[in-house]
Design a protein around this ligand. Structure first.
Ligand SMILES: [Zn+2]
Length: 445
């Protein structure tokens, strides 16, 4: 079912959400925010890897590219500080936002930002072909990426297709004149997402000779390596979602801004400080998917007053139930993408908090109890999904959880649990199992 979050609803929900998450992350990320990590001391700024800068949109006439890093809006001020937990039954007081008209689609940025591999291995290949494999380093390990769509201006219209031996993770271009040199490039933009810095779309570029095979290698700390790690995460999300729930819901393009000053999602844009912190990237993409898929609403405690600037997003403390729901969903989404459901000690390691690693399977006992805990919300979803616990009568698929939630303007995990129980636990035995799971995760009734 298509939720009411599509179309015109999205901008306003984004505004609300941006007020919250934007401030949340602006306020806290530089001070050791949960989902963000400062570059390691070894990652000193270089020409290839400059220190994260906030995007300043170029002032061009007719440039309608949306604001990617909007200033805090005080009238939708929300906080990452522990907020008084609303008493049960007060959710209805949270005003449902009115949705203004959807803005016109933003045009493609005019300029590209070229990223070049640190190393290129080449060898003689097949006449009339250029085959390209791409790998980047993550956690020191070479990681292949096969989703880049290479093209060459010189052979416009030539067929581009994955090589027949897809195991080699190669892209193949056909070329007409053997031994001719071509400029080959892959733009990091498609109907689902685009990765940009300073309002320029990243493009992998190199020169290739027709009839040769190439292996492009990107270092972890280079801009290209960071961008490709982001691409891996969003392609993983796209692939997994396509397999579970289809991609019809993904009807607007997600912008990804890298490097940003902090990790947050606002106005259809995912802002990322470090591409290789892949679980944090997945968390922020999870917010975008939450919005596109209508997994929840954006009430999020609108009207809560607090000052900004001295806030730290402590994942072991309570927020509002509304904030905990959307944050917990995003953390569950990251877990779904990267953790093994058969791991009895599943935990996140690249969502950086002072509590890292974040054990998603077994929440430490000193974490805030109840449904205003992001950590416990994430764990609740995980324990519905994973293969190791006997919390419920069977493991539930991501699709079952998703289908129970989408389109219902869910505000809190209490509401989510009621929907999930209604959809997935029709029997008395099932209902008892769900109540037991709730008590076990939240340590409350
Ligand atoms: Zn978040």
């Amino acid at each position: 079912m298509k939720s009411r979050f599509s179309g015109s609803s999205r901008l306003f929900s984004s505004l609300i959400f941006s007020g919250l998450v934007g401030l949340l992350y602006l306020g806290c990320a530089p001070k050791g925010h949960d989902h963000s990590e400062k570059p390691s001391p070894t990652a000193s700024p270089t020409k290839e890897n400059p220190p994260p800068k906030e995007n300043t949109p170029p002032k061009k006439e007719g440039d309608e590219t949306e604001q990617e890093n909007p200033p805090p809006k005080k009238n939708v001020l929300l906080t990452d500080e522990p907020i008084k937990t609303p008493t049960p039954g007060t959710d209805s007081k949270i005003s449902k936002p009115k949705r203004p008209k959807k803005p016109a689609p933003s045009p493609e940025p005019i300029f590209d930002a070229a990223i070049h591999p640190e190393r290129i291995e080449t060898k003689l290949g097949t006449a009339g072909k250029i085959r390209i494999a791409v790998e980047f380093a993550r956690g020191g390990q070479p990681t292949s990426i096969s989703n880049l769509k290479f093209e060459s201006d010189s052979v416009k219209g030539a067929a581009t297709a994955p090589a027949a031996d897809s195991a080699s993770e190669r892209q193949m271009l056909t070329c007409e004149q053997n031994n001719s040199t071509l400029d080959v490039s892959a733009r990091i933009a498609n109907q689902y997402y685009r990765v940009m810095g300073q309002y320029q779309i990243y493009v992998v570029k190199f020169s290739a000779v027709c009839g040769h095979d190439y292996r492009l290698q990107f270092d972890e700390e280079s801009k290209g390596g960071q961008v490709l790690s982001i691409v891996e995460t969003i392609e993983r999300a796209k692939g997994r979602l396509a397999g579970e729930v289809g991609l019809e819901f993904w009807n607007e393009r997600i912008n990804i801004n890298y490097p940003a000053r902090s990790n947050y999602y606002a106005l259809g844009t995912v802002n990322i400080t470090r591409g290789n912190q892949y679980e944090a990237v997945a968390h922020e993409i999870g917010h975008a998917i939450y919005e596109l898929g209508g997994v929840g609403a954006f009430g999020l405690g609108v009207g809560t007053q607090s000052s900004v600037g001295s806030k730290v997003h402590f994942m072991d403390q309570c927020y509002s139930e509304e904030l905990a729901y959307s944050e917990g969903w995003a953390t569950f989404f990251a877990s779904w993408l990267y953790l093994n459901p058969s791991d009895p000690d599943a935990h996140l390691t690249t969502i950086q908090t002072r509590r890292s690693p974040i054990q998603i399977e077994n929440v430490p006992g000193d974490v805030c109890k109840g449904p205003a805990s992001e950590w416990r919300v994430a764990s609740y979803f995980w324990r519905l999904y994973d293969q190791t616990t006997t919390d419920r009568i069977r493991p539930y698929s991501f699709k079952e959880i998703w289908s129970s939630l989408t389109g219902h303007e869910v505000l809190t995990v209490r509401q989510a649990a009621a929907l999930i129980e209604a959809h997935l636990a029709p029997t008395t035995e099932g209902k008892a199992a769900f109540s037991g799971l709730w008590r076990k995760v939240f340590l409350t009734k």
